[in-house]
Design a protein around this ligand. Structure first.
Ligand SMILES: Cc1ncc(C[n+]2csc(CCOP(=O)(O)OP(=O)(O)O)c2C)c(N)n1
Length: 614
């Protein structure tokens, strides 16, 4: 049947409820009541407002629909059934089953899903990123619709997102908050106080519309208003959890519980039985994204021996890579420290200031890459720890994002430990499929930055605050997964491995050892993940398995762990001498702090002597 009138839409909404119950009961898990409260809104949206070509999810003119409350996947997948792209059989037999694309929470394995959700407070921030792309880059009139839970709005990231949406005048963004009064364990903080929500939304600069989320006419009007608003709109819809089945409607204790078979049968009866309505909603008008022309990428060149911080080389290189029209950059209000300001100067129209909101920094990058852009987001490495759940989820989103963390380690000196990243390598190594680059000089930093643009997944570069000598000529190659033997001789006795500032300390240590007649091989491990296992094995073979690894990072999960894992995985376990920051640092000069941490040149040399038995 064709769904046109509000009566037809009511039928569709009941179908969405029935299917949400059927699929979760058949799976034995899922969130039917969270789906039922939002079914009326989603029925009106997909019938009259969501301009989406279901047969062509890659149509650039399509609207975007994001379920920030990803646990309402029964509702989303029931919409896919109603759109005719998922069969009733698949929904009933595959939902939440092993190997199925209909996972417990939505992921982009499904072609109609942009981003993975399920960790609450992330879908709306991601949607802001997509809306930024629509308004400022694609220059297409598509809209971004995001369904949020009311308990979800306790997440600060929701308010970071609304703040940025208002700042960037994202009138193409509509959040629909399903105010069903209940969260997981009971009532939410604000219950049905929709006026309090409205005040908060307006205080953040967005347009608030309060409606009865079960009145189809009101929903229709609100969605039309949202499309015409000058600012981002937040629809605050008062609803009832479990709406449509009296046994569970507005009752506590039914969050995340499928209905037992007998209850499901009664619920389906009360909802008017099974239906198999298919909807054809509006299609987007044809449109092509603005083309951003590509220029020539000409990387900065540095003189051997010149002292240049790797963070500066990163900034200059990313500005150069910005000659490619699809490269964009996002700053966490520290671009004069990370040197991302170089990109801002060169390409202001593809630069987004996110201010001090690191979760949003990552989420906006994820949203931008949904539309095919290549985002580089930069802040102090320490502050990415705050966005770790967003980084973790971006991996599940199969997102391609590039992160640059500056000011790593005790090397930053007087600012003290609050500004020092000493956990970032461990954190980033643990991300599935991530790439981690840690250059020691400006030339390698520039080349690795350029390669970041080419590489899929979560790509992280760790940069250093201080200025150290350029070690490599401008035409040297730095393949990801490689390393450099910076110093060697046929009769090396010990291998010193470092990256970033510790490579310079290793070189100084090798000089000291040479004074004692000891020959040290020095390896620049600029690619922490993937790691150059072959080079490590060769160095171990050449130096009798005598290896010192030194890192400006806590001992757990960093360079030393990466080296040990590589040897272990290669079936050649070794015992290394591992110098790392083992005590809580304070303030001081870089030299004082590295000495206190035991990672200075003198301490590396001593560790080498100890390995050689004297
Ligand atoms: C960051 C995060 N914290 C906790 C959870 C666990 N959780 C899943 S759903 C939920 C309650 C959500 O309530 P609400 O946003 O009101 O959505 P509703 O199901 O009521 O529509 C919670 C706490 C989660 N998924 N993500």
């Amino acid at each position: 049947m064709t769904v046109q009138t509000l009566d037809d839409i009511h039928e569709l909404a009941q179908q969405l409820r029935v299917d949400s119950i059927r699929c979760s009961t058949s799976a034995g898990s899922g969130h039917p009541t969270s789906s039922m409260s939002a079914a009326d809104m989603m029925a009106v949206l997909m019938t009259r407002h969501l301009r989406y070509d279901w047969q062509r999810p890659d149509n650039p003119a399509n609207d975007h629909l994001i379920f920030s409350k990803g646990h309402a996947s029964p509702l989303l997948y029931s919409m896919f059934k109603a759109a005719g792209v998922v069969s009733d059989e698949e929904l009933m037999t595959r939902y939440r089953r092993f190997g199925s694309r209909l996972e417990g929470h939505p992921t982009p394995i499904l072609p109609w899903v942009d981003v993975a959700t399920g960790s609450l407070g992330q879908g709306l921030p991601d949607g802001v990123g997509v809306a930024l792309a629509g308004r400022y880059l694609d220059e297409l009139p598509y809209r971004v619709w995001v369904l949020c839970g009311d308990s979800e709005t306790a997440e600060g990231s929701i308010w970071e997102a609304l703040d940025k949406a208002a700042f960037y005048h994202l009138r193409n963004l509509t959040a629909i908050v399903d105010v069903n009064r209940l969260g997981q364990r009971g009532p939410t903080e604000l219950k049905w106080d929709v006026d309090a929500y409205a005040k908060r939304v307006e205080a953040f600069g967005c347009h608030a519309i309060v409606i009865d989320g079960h009145d189809l006419g009101e929903i229709d009007k609100a969605l039309s208003h949202a499309a015409e608003a000058e600012q981002p709109t937040v629809i605050l819809a008062r609803t009832r959890k479990g709406r449509g089945f009296s046994d569970v409607e507005d009752r506590e204790g039914w969050h995340g519980r499928p209905l037992p078979q007998e209850m499901a049968e009664r619920a389906i009866l009360e909802l008017g039985g099974e239906r198999h309505v298919t909807v054809t909603g509006p299609l987007p008008e044809a449109g092509t994204p603005r083309a951003w022309p590509d220029g020539e990428v000409s990387l900065p060149r540095y003189e051997l021996g010149a002292k240049v911080p790797t963070r500066l080389a990163f900034g200059q290189a990313v500005a150069a890579v910005g000659a490619r029209g699809n490269v964009v950059a996002l700053d966490g209000e520290v671009d004069n420290s990370t040197h991302l300001e170089e990109f801002a100067k060169a390409h202001p129209e593809r630069y987004f200031e996110i201010y001090i909101a690191e979760q949003h920094l990552v989420a906006a990058a994820v949203g931008l890459q949904v539309r095919g852009y290549i985002p580089f987001a930069a802040t102090f490495a320490a502050f990415f720890t705050r966005a770790y759940d967003f980084i973790r989820m971006s991996d599940i989103s199969q997102a391609n994002i590039r992160l640059s963390g500056s000011h790593c380690g005790v090397e930053i000196g007087p600012d003290g430990p609050s500004q020092m990243a000493l956990e970032d390598l461990a954190m980033m190594r643990a991300v599935h499929g991530s790439t981690i680059l840690y250059p020691s000089d400006a030339t390698s930093a520039a080349h690795l930055t350029a390669q970041m643009a080419e590489r899929d997944g979560i790509v992280y570069i760790r940069t250093t605050r201080g200025a150290y000598p350029v070690l490599y000529g401008p035409d040297e190659a730095f393949p990801v997964g490689g390393s450099k033997v910076v110093r060697s001789s046929p009769d090396d006795q010990v291998t010193l491995i470092g990256a970033g500032v510790t490579l310079h300390n290793c070189l100084a240590a090798a000089d000291q050892l040479a004074g004692d007649g000891i020959r040290a091989r020095v390896v620049d491990l600029y690619s922490v993940k993937p790691i150059d296992t072959q080079a490590l094995l060769e160095a171990a073979a050449a130096t009798g398995d005598r290896i010192v690894v030194t890192e400006d990072h806590y001992p757990e999960g960093g360079l030393g762990s990466a080296v040990l894992d590589a040897f272990n995985d290669a079936g050649h376990p070794v015992h290394i001498s591992h110098l790392a920051v083992r005590d809580l640092p304070g303030s001081g000069t870089p030299a004082e702090l590295m000495e206190a941490a035991g990672i200075s040149a003198g301490q590396i040399a001593q560790a080498a002597r100890d390995l050689l038995g004297g």
